[in-house]
Design a protein around this ligand. Structure first.
Ligand code: F6R
Length: 595
């Protein structure tokens, strides 16, 4: 979590860094800060809240040509100006921004305290700044001090560093946390991702773990932790600066919901071929030969994994297990003789999944990462990668990435299962069904207004595939409306949870699967008998004329792709009506790079 941008060059660093930080707000947004080198001095500005507050704070600050900025998601210490980054060492020699967590910071802090160092806040970051100052006083060589720091500090860190003795240079260190260098003509940059720099350059240099950079306007020097110089060619990114513009929308989430039919069509074009699939034959062979698939993911991506499991088991007849990244990394399930591990991750950076992938790699197993971010950590570290091609997803609540994940899993499962479904036709039908839902947004807004917004708690229920959608629907509603919502298998309510149903508790039923439609309708009767406020969302083929929202028929196995869009819109309109910050819900960050 947390986002970093640094710039050195002839333009006004103030604006470039603020603009970069705005694109990184998805990584954390409880406080922000910036440090500029100006007239041989390093000036630091920090503010609690969003980048807009920091921007206001520095609006009259003179133009600088070198600086670093940070947007924070609190790990150590609450959001406050003292805990916001950049942090400065006691004698102001070192100023730095940090993304990550230093595991052994307490023992290093103790050592520094015994040498007389004092600390303003509670962060591990301040410990790095003071460690570097203490070491630099002895070495008088930042390169050497950074190498010493890398050997002393354990944990995850991406750092942007300024040293008061060298006011033309930006230092950058990376271990287990994303960081990229941006290459320009007469300027250079560092940033947590390409989007943070895309308005200035589309040329980047990858930084690997345990490497550091010495960056000046004209040169980027890369070193490993032993100080050996590394040569690496830059690459050109195909991210389009326009993709990150809000355009006429009020929120990225709605823009991204509306993009979903186009995302499905892109995936058809990318991967579906008439009697074939446009995927590395080696990967297809691995998938065919595997005796069991292990899907590992978190949050929304894990919910996509459940749908994937269902599709693979139905179409390929291959057993699939779904595991949480945060659990898998610390307790391996029994592994089959020929497993293949599939990591599903929009960002490609989720630390919980990465711990699991490291373990899989240590054991010598093959893996596939399905991600939206080319060159991301989990993509680089897995044996194979498949890209979701959904374009940057900026709203914290994931929408189009889920649809892309399920679409790609459906394409794979169908091909491996004998290519019996005309994917071009069936996925196009899904795209049409989504367009139809989108064209009836107002109907959903109305349902939310009358039946859901302002409730204390709510339930989504469904059975079979609809149950997996209920899990995702509940996550979406709770994360942006803050209404406590549970996704339940409709047959399970009566085994205890029905005790929570009170007068007018919203229960939203999802019904798309013919074989269980009547069972879910019985569960609705049970909650109605306890005065719940039921909303029924059904697919045409299994609908009743009084249902609240009916979606067009799709191939039954692909109904989650359309049903989920209704739930995304329910969440959106609930959050809008309540007045929440839709794109940046409280306490969350998009890319969860801490365990
Ligand atoms: C919810 C959401 C999260 C992510 C989860 C995993 O809307 O976005 O639940 O799905 O943090 O993130 P990725 O997919 O980047 O690994």
């Amino acid at each position: 979590m947390c986002g970093i941008v640094g710039y050195t060059g002839p333009k006004k660093a103030n604006d470039i860094i603020i603009n970069g930080l705005k694109t990184l707000e998805y990584r954390g947004y409880d406080s922000a800060g910036i440090a500029f080198v100006k007239d041989n001095k390093i000036n630091v500005y920090r503010e609690v809240g969003r980048i807009a507050a920091l921007e206001k704070m520095i609006e009259n600050v003179e133009a600088a040509q070198l600086g670093i900025g940070h947007t924070r998601w609190a790990t150590h210490g609450k959001p406050s100006p003292e805990n916001a980054h950049p942090h400065t060492s006691m004698n102001r020699m070192i100023t730095l921004v940090h993304n990550g967590v230093i595991e052994n910071y307490l023992e290093i802090k103790e050592d520094l305290s015994s040498k007389g160092y004092t600390f303003q806040g509670q962060t591990d970051t301040e410990v790095i700044a003071n460690y570097l100052e203490d070491d630099y006083k002895k070495t008088k060589d930042m390169k050497q001090s950074i190498m010493n720091m890398m050997k002393t500090m354990h944990g995850a860190y991406a750092l942007g560093i300024l040293c008061s003795d060298d006011k033309d240079t930006l230092y950058c260190v990376k271990n287990k946390t994303p960081m990229l260098a941006g290459v320009g003509e007469g300027f250079n940059m560092i940033g947590s991702d390409a989007m943070a720099m895309i308005n200035e350059t589309n040329t980047f240099i990858e930084i690997k773990d345990l490497e550091f950079l010495i960056v000046s306007r004209d040169e980027i020097q890369i070193y490993n932790q032993d100080g050996d110089r590394i040569e690496r060619k830059p690459f050109t990114s195909n991210i389009n600066a326009l993709d990150i513009n809000l355009g006429t929308y009020d929120h990225y989430m709605m823009k991204e919901i509306d993009e979903q039919p186009a995302v499905i069509r892109t995936l058809i074009n990318e991967y579906v071929r008439e009697d074939d699939i446009n995927i590395d034959p080696k990967l297809i062979k691995e998938l065919q030969e595997a005796d069991r698939l292990y899907i590992i993911a978190s949050g929304t991506s894990m919910h996509a994994g459940y749908v994937g499991k269902y599709l693979f088991e139905e179409l390929v007849k291959k057993p699939v297990e779904v595991h949480l990244g945060s659990e898998f990394g610390y307790h391996l399930p029994l592994i089959s003789k020929k497993p293949l591990f599939i990591f599903i991750t929009q960002s490609g950076e989720t630390a919980d999944s990465r711990v699991a992938l490291k373990l899989v790699n240590e054991k010598g197993y093959k893996s596939l990462t399905i991600t939206n971010v080319e060159g991301s950590t989990l993509s680089r570290e897995a044996t194979y990668t498949l890209l979701l091609k959904a374009g940057p997803e900026i709203a914290v609540a994931s929408t189009k990435a889920y649809v892309a994940q399920v679409t790609l899993l459906a394409i794979l499962a169908n091909y491996l299962g004998g290519n019996n479904i005309d994917m071009n036709l069936e996925l196009s039908r899904v795209a049409h069904a989504i367009e139809d839902i989108i064209s009836r947004k107002d109907q959903i807004k109305d349902i939310v207004h009358h039946k859901i917004a302002y409730s204390r708690n709510a339930f989504y229920i469904g059975r079979n595939l609809d149950y997996f959608v209920a899990l995702e629907a509940a996550l979406k509603l709770k994360e942006i409306s803050y209404i406590q919502t549970e996704g339940f298998a409709s047959g399970e309510l009566k085994h205890g949870t029905i005790a929570l149903i009170e007068d007018r508790t919203p229960v939203i039923a999802l019904i798309s699967q013919e074989q269980v439609a009547l069972n879910t309708r019985s569960a609705i009767q049970e909650v109605l008998a306890r005065s719940a406020n039921a909303t029924i969302i059904s697919m045409e083929k299994v609908s009743n004329k009084d249902d609240d929202f009916i979606i067009s028929d799709t191939y039954p196995l692909f109904s989650p792709l359309a049903l989920v869009v209704v739930s995304q819109l329910i969440a959106y309109y609930a959050a809008l009506e309540i007045g929440n910050d839709i794109d940046k819900p409280r306490n969350l960050a998009k890319s969860v790079t801490v365990e």
